[in-house]
Design a protein around this ligand. Structure first.
Ligand code: ADP
Ligand code: MG
Length: 658
């Protein structure tokens, strides 16, 4: 004798609702052999569905022992029970439980996705099953376009898809008209004739009499279990090709192909569900779009302004040290400190780490050319000044060391001065004489206009040998500052220390201070970086808020689709399959939102850069990649909890909800 298919031993099922537990099944002991056709009958509420769910491993007993194919189900993990359902069981529900967004063929194929069948095998088998059930012409219809009887036939095809040995049918005719009901029963008869085990739950004795064995329940207790002499239905002509267990015909795909298939199915379901709730999906995405766009823009703005400021600093000259008299910036006495002298500059010029040195003095004088007068800054500088500052000449030449020694009345004017004195004329002013204060000076050169540096004001300024300025205008030999250009091979910081040591030795006191452009550059870089980080952190908060939105929407999505999850579990989806499906949905929402956000940020940047010249947005690839990754991560992190909740659902609890 074949081993019994299922063995129940004193199975109990209580529902702990309210103060008193509801006993749905009490001490049910029975055995069903392979190939039997069993009807479970009883009044409504007698525990029929509860018994069927336990038999089908959708539910677990609260007491007693239940063995399937010799295995104790209490010892099986959720995924092992799923495997049992997937490989050995097929379910037919009273309300069909088809997925509305899939076609008939799609519904029938679904269990095979989880069983790992190849796409071609799956489609061929689904088509064959539908054809056998007289549904060949309806394969591409959606459940909404089918009658109840047709939907039930689709659900029978789904139950047979994985070659189930046992068909569980809970009131399969309950929602059908009598003709469709008879048709469904005829199909079940056929399946039984082909060797399949069929277990039907019904409250209708007319249906039950088609079975070979009738188990009657009353208040959760088996009150009778008797063989039934079957009435052969009049219309049951010689059974056509029986649809017996044919697991041999099922060729699974290779594991990685199967995994890819699971993923594709999950992906397709996620897209279908997003499409079904477009407005909700778009609103959720909006949170992510705004978050990502603001992070990317803020970082770009930070980088852009930092570049701008650094460009300004670079105009101060590279690797330069400025030595000023006094204690620090804002030292009110610094103008009176007269200890910084030309000899200091000469001493510095002899140092190995120094590329060029220029002493500077300055004053303000009126320039005159003919009848035109203009007030200008008069800089007294050494011949190395332009080498130190990196300034370039547009015309003429700079005065040389000889000019400095001779106290020459040679002047180099800047572009502003040229414009103020000579207008936009093309003729070169080089060689002309102007009055600086009361001193006639010959123009020897014109500098190029400076591009937006700190020193680039519209104020005219001119350059004379410092000796000339000291002798003719200031009458003193002290300096306003000494500019030192550090050799490219030397460290600016070490040079600063050496300059400090040298001057302290010469002055016997620290009566000067040094501005280090490298230092300023570093300070500004770190300041703007800190600011960018701060603002980006604030923008990131909006990303988190967007993520919370995703969680919320996913929770709604899960609770809306609990029945769907139940069906998927009934046909054998693993927990990981369900988890994957919902996680993909969350990640897709975030990913699409993230990409849109990046696009928006780039578009905004293009607009901004076109509209404004003062600042520019500078996009870094890193910030874009980080934004992209973080939006994906948000999808995973914030989608995980709802997805996990979905995968942890109890199949029977999920199925019960509609
Ligand atoms: P039938 O299918 O025979 O109509 P059920 O198996 O659905 O009966 O229910 C048997 C008993 O268990 C009923 O009294 C019902 O109220 C109770 N029951 C079923 N499901 C639940 C549940 N999820 N929670 C609490 N009680 C339940
Ligand atoms: Mg029921």
């Amino acid at each position: 004798m074949a081993p019994p298919l299922v063995v129940l031993d004193n199975v109990c099922r209580d529902y702990a609702t309210g103060a008193e537990p509801v006993v749905a099944l009490r001490d049910v002991t029975l055995t069903i052999a392979a190939g039997e056709m069993v009807a479970i009958v009883g009044a409504s509420g007698s525990g029929k569905s509860t018994l069927l769910n336990i038999l089908g491993c959708l539910d677990r007993p609260t007491g007693g022992s239940y063995r399937v194919l010799g295995r104790e189900t209490a010892a099986l993990e959720a995924d092992e029970l799923a495997a049992l359902r997937r490989e050995h069981f097929g379910f037919i529900f009273q309300r069909y439980h088809l997925m509305a967004e899939l076609t008939a063929a799609g519904n029938v194929e679904m269990p095979a996705v989880y069983a790992g069948l190849t796409l071609q095998a799956r489609q061929a088998r689904a088509a064959a099953l539908l054809a056998r059930l007289g549904m060949a012409g309806r394969a591409s219809h959606r459940p909404g376009q089918l009658s109840g009887g047709q939907q039930q036939r689709v659900s029978i095809a789904r139950a047979l898809m994985n070659g189930a040995e046992v068909i569980f049918a809970d009131e399969p005719t309950g929602a059908l008209d009598s003709a469709s009901g008879r048709e469904v029963l005829r199909i079940l008869d056929e399946l039984h004739a082909g060797g399949q085990t069929v277990i039907i739950v019904t409250h209708d004795m007319a249906v039950a009499r088609r079975a070979e064995r009738i188990i009657e329940l009353r208040d959760g207790v088996v009150v009778s279990d008797r063989p039934n002499r079957r009435e052969t239905p009049a219309e049951a002509a010689p059974a056509p090709a029986p649809a017996g267990p044919d697991r041999a015909a099922i060729v699974p795909a290779t594991p990685w192909r199967a995994r890819l298939d699971h993923f594709r199915e999950a992906f397709r379901m996620a897209l279908l569900s997003m499409n079904a709730h477009r407005l909700r999906t778009v609103l959720t995405m909006l949170g992510i779009v705004i978050g990502v766009a603001s992070v990317v823009c803020v970082v770009a703005l930070g980088a852009g302004s930092q570049q701008k400021v650094l460009a300004n600093i670079n105009n101060l000259g590279t690797n330069t040290l400025e030595v000023f008299p006094g204690k620090d910036f804002g030292d009110v006495r610094s103008g009176k400190v007269t200890t910084l002298v030309v000899a200091d500059a000469q001493a510095l010029a002899g140092q190995p780490y120094v590329a060029a040195v220029t002493p500077t003095v300055s004053t303000s004088k009126t320039l005159r050319s003919g009848s035109i007068e203009v007030t200008a800054q008069v800089n007294g500088v050494g011949e190395a000044y332009f080498a130190v500052k990196g300034t370039e000449l547009a015309e003429g030449a700079f005065f040389d060391a000889d000019g400095v020694r001779r106290i020459a009345q040679d002047v180099v004017i800047d572009a502003n001065t040229r414009k103020a004195l000579f207008g936009e004329t093309a003729t070169s002013p080089v060689g002309r004489i102007i009055l600086v204060g009361a001193v006639p000076c010959r123009i020897v050169g014109v500098t190029r206009p400076q591009q937006g540096g700190f020193g680039s004001s519209a104020n005219p300024s001119v350059y004379l040998p410092y000796t000339t300025v000291q002798a003719r205008f200031l009458g003193s030999t002290s300096l306003r500052s000494i500019s030192v250009r550090v050799d490219d091979d030397a460290s600016t910081d070490l040079a600063e220390q050496a300059v400090t040591a040298l001057l302290v030795r010469r002055h016997k006191a620290r009566d000067f201070f040094i501005l280090n452009t490298d230092d300023i550059r570093r300070t500004i870089t770190s300041t703007t970086q800190a600011l960018t980080l701060l603002v980006a952190a604030i923008a990131a908060i909006s990303l988190v808020v967007g993520g919370v939105g995703v969680t919320n929407i996913m929770l709604v999505s899960v609770s809306e689709r609990i029945a769907e999850i139940g069906v998927r579990m009934a046909v054998g989806a693993r927990r990981s399959d369900i988890l994957q499906q919902f996680l993909i949905e969350a990640v897709l929402v975030c990913l699409i939102g993230g990409l849109t956000g990046i696009g928006l940020a780039l578009g905004f940047g293009a607009l901004f850069n076109a509209a404004s010249t003062a600042f520019s947005l500078h996009y870094s690839l890193t910030s874009i990649i980080v934004a992209f990754l973080s939006s994906t991560l948000i999808g995973v992190v914030f989608g995980y909890m709802p997805a996990r909740n979905a995968s942890r659902l109890d199949p029977v609890a999920a199925l019960a909800r509609e």
